[in-house]
Design a protein around this ligand. Sequence first.
Ligand SMILES: Nc1ncnc2c1ncn2[C@@H]1O[C@H](COP(=O)(O)OS(=O)(=O)O)[C@@H](OP(=O)(O)O)[C@H]1O
Length: 742
Amino acid sequence: MAPWWPGAALLSTKAPRKLVFLFTLSLSVTYLFYSLLSCYSSLQFPLQEAGVYLQEERGFSLVDPIRTSSSKPPSSRREVLAIHETSQRPLLGTLERKSEKYSPSIQSTRTYSSSQEPTLQSMLGLLIAGDRRKTKSGGFSLSGVSTLGDNSKSSFSSSEPPQQSITEAVPKRASTLDGSSRVLSVSYISELDISVSPLASALRTRVSGVEAPVSFTGLDSVHITSSGQSVSTLDSFPSTPSGQSLSTLDSSPGPSSPALGISTLDSAHQPNTAARARNSEIIPTLSSSLAASTSFNANVILESRDSSERNPKSTIALLARPSSSANIPAHLSSHPPGASNGNNAVESFSLPDPKSSTVDTSPDPQKKPPTSLYNLSGQSLDSQISDSLYSSVQDGDSRIPTQSYPGIYISTSGETSGSLDSTGNETQRGFSSWDRTPLAATEMILQPPAGYVEKEPQESSTTEEELSRRNYINTTADYGDKRLPQAIIIGVKKGGTRALLEALRAHPDVRAVGVEPHFFDRNYDKGLEWYRDLMPRTVDGQITMEKTPSYFVTNEAPQRIHSMAKDTKLIVVVRNPITRAISDYTQTLSKKPEIPTFEVLAFKNRTLGLIDASWSALRIGIYALHLESWMQYFPLSQILFVSGERLISNPAEELAKVQDFLGLRHIITDKHFYFNKTKGFPCLKKPEDTGAPRCLGKSKGRIHPKIDPDVIRRLKKFYKPFNAMFYQMTGEDFQWEKEELE
Ligand SMILES: Nc1ncnc2c1ncn2[C@@H]1O[C@H](COP(=O)(O)OS(=O)(=O)O)[C@@H](OP(=O)(O)O)[C@H]1O
């Protein structure tokens, strides 16, 4: 019978059949490969996909296509930036997955009136290269496009360039928490000043009242933070009047600002609540903050809230800072006339330095700025704003961090107990001070005293027995009083918190509870008196401290600590998130040897390369994410970031910073440490009068399992944008990317 298709003839001999078979096989393999690849990219880079789609369909004039899975930086300076949402935090646009492909239909969470539309476009032009479409009601629905991928930095420009160009955009918060790539907000970094943004220029316009107001409807609040502790203002303007509505300033403090050092003039201002004025225009008077500080690093976070207030806020961040004081515009450096301190900075109207030992709260007419608070473009602000600002400072606005930290001893004389003698050796008194704090019940030392049972693991939740035992130890001291801690090491788990606390406890002016009280996360319902009772007794001039690393990742902790004492000093020991994760895993493994490998736990889907960021070992390392919660309540100047790496390589240097931060005399120096070869870590030198070794115990410095280098590579990629953001937020590059990892 004749073959039913011509090719069948080819199969009639053995050799061609083999060929055909091989050919078909290779086709199938290729097909399979590309299917998997496309599946991978659509899961991993859905936003880029959508962006590409939008680019094609909506005609955005992107010079360069949005990046896809390649990590190659874009050759163009024009790029669609991500505005996306999660179910918890809707941003300006939402991206919907309608079919297999990500649909370009990005739904706005709000609708803008047609009159607002041009402004919105220009204002958000840099933020959102998106689409707008008429809604049924005649307004405009804003659509945004998202892209993130692995790019932590994206250069871009806009078709309507701002007065000064923004040099970088950094995803403020990116997440792959559920396996998809997202940007929650984007930080814009300027080398110069905040007026680089169209937002700022619009604000300037409005504040100076020269031009018609620029509508900011759609952005319900503006946070201005400044690490320089300078004053910034927020205001909620009713949308009706134009330009002149400065009288609507409400000088009553809002509760969120203490932390931020913000003078918010909007009483409705509440962090994370729906108490914001609806449909209000928000005009931050950026200038005061920037003009007032000697150096600034301002964060402007625009919060967009669904007008229904059912959805929580979301943020877009604008961050601006001068690369050096030399970049501060001349008009600022000479304000007020003759007040330049030589650093091109403005002296008047600056907030107190928290590290200084006195607070001058007396109104000093000399210090009152004239009507010449400047914004960054050099325009004078309305005097009414100046006055409001000024009075909020002079009144001791509770939101402005004070510099007095009750109970913290600030040395005013060079005479110290336990100081070094002229030869650089510790005096006897200095060494005896090492013993002042009794060892905690759970403290682990290399050679435990007879009868002492090492508790494993020290870092796990403190048990009731431990707490009461500790309590007993504390109460045996018959001097001083129990005080709530003035400083807390809030994190991070496995960062080196124990090493830091133990070193600090060698300081005569520090007394710390040895166990982790877990008050602000697990024992809060026991009340402050319970907490206080755990603390060691202190005399005047001594600081009470505790450490509980899990506070850093506890949502409620910032607010709770703030409500205990808003001037609590916070210390976070941070460590390369990958090493931290491995350390965390190693600890769990030591208790539960049956758990899956690190490599298995790290992925949601290893084939697809989806990191499981919900795994706590990985999630804890998204420092930027957690820090954001703390920044809602505490100014950055009240949080010290200690490098876990340097705590090992150069403990004395880190301790110097910590002592400075705590206002302590520099007593712990390199003389107090030695490198213990057996332990492989620095240890505290033995106090002369006891034989107690001062290395940490076995649960510190465990040998980590070897992790697949490919997994390390993927984790590096995963953490890169988060780390970048963390560096931005803290102003310090911890250089984790450069580290060789195990
Ligand atoms: N001097 C000294 N001695 C021993 N260990 C030191 C020291 N300085 C820092 N480290 C590092 O501290 C890591 C443990 O961190 P934490 O104390 O924060 O852990 S915990 O959260 O309290 O469980 C611990 O992590 P691992 O090495 O993974 O065990 C150490 O690397």
